[in-house]
Design a protein around this ligand. Structure first.
Ligand SMILES: [Ca+2]
Ligand SMILES: [Ca+2]
Ligand SMILES: [Ca+2]
Ligand SMILES: [Ca+2]
Length: 264
């Protein structure tokens, strides 16, 4: 039996139910050429800005888990790509600012080159699973920052988060260790930026916002021919298929993917 037929029969055999675990999906992907913004913290265990930490807002349309994130940025050296990054979520204050931190995870993402920005820096897209965060419906804030202590150059900037237009809801900003807040101005046109990131739906291989039988063929393609998958679904993250979160798309993801498609 071919892999595709196996997946379809597994799907058909299971009773199709709505997945019990709703997920919060939010898309604010990089669009070419905006410059990037320093975002670093002292270390995972001390998530204090060093020297600046960037925040942007996002909205969950319903209560749901966030289990996979991707973001775009530049690095001082390719060695920095897979170093540790700190993801934090913050409560929204209803006035385009943050209240307290409600989540923190230290992750080592996968990264892939996507192209130059307006300053000719190389922009990479980073992707990683995170321990699930249950986000309630409504606005939240996210910060993604370099873990400076584990970076390739402690006390130096090694990561910048790529800017993005149009600004959605509230403008992104950065904060220093004293709590001072700064707007993000693009280096090229001096206009304000948001930053580039997405909260992704695990198992959604065709990026239509749901996990369904329609994801089976794209999953098989991702597994067997990643380049063809990227060409067919240029706006999608192939790592949505990394169901077991080991940083690779492989046969080890099949059972997990089937359980996502067929529900609990
Ligand atoms: Ca550093
Ligand atoms: Ca925003
Ligand atoms: Ca889908
Ligand atoms: Ca995997």
């Amino acid at each position: 039996m071919s892999l595709r037929n196996y997946l379809i029969s597994a799907f058909v055999l299971c009773f199709v139910v709505e997945a019990a675990w709703a997920q919060c999906v939010y898309r604010q992907p990089w669009r070419a050429r905006r410059s990037s913004h320093v975002s670093a913290v002292v270390q995972c265990e001390v998530p204090r800005p060093m020297p600046r930490m960037v925040f942007d807002d996002f909205v969950c349309e319903e209560d749901g888990f966030i289990e996979r994130i991707r973001w775009w940025g530049t690095v001082s050296d390719p060695e920095q790509l897979n170093r540790t990054y700190v993801i934090t979520f913050w409560r929204d204050d209803q006035e385009c600012g943050t209240l307290e931190r409600v989540y923190e995870a230290c992750v080592r993402p996968t990264a892939r080159l996507v192209g130059p920005d307006c300053t000719e820096e190389r922009v990479y897209v980073f992707s990683t699973c995170i321990p699930p965060f249950l986000a309630i419906i409504g606005p939240h804030w996210v910060s993604i920052a370099e873990d400076d202590e584990r970076s390739i150059q402690p006390n130096e900037v090694d990561f910048r988060w790529s800017g993005r237009r149009e600004i959605r809801r509230c403008p992104a900003f950065s904060r220093d260790a004293n709590g001072n807040r700064f707007p993000l101005f693009d280096n090229c046109d001096e206009e304000r930026n948001d930053v580039s990131f997405e909260m992704l739906l695990r198992g959604d291989m065709n990026c239509d916002g749901v996990v369904s039988v329609g994801d089976i063929n794209p999953f098989v393609l991702a597994l067997t021919n990643p380049a063809a998958y990227q060409a067919a679904f240029p706006g999608c993250d192939i790592f949505n298929g990394d169901c077991n979160c080991d940083g690779q798309i492989s046969v080890g993801d099949i059972n997990c993917f089937v359980s996502l498609v067929t529900g609990p």
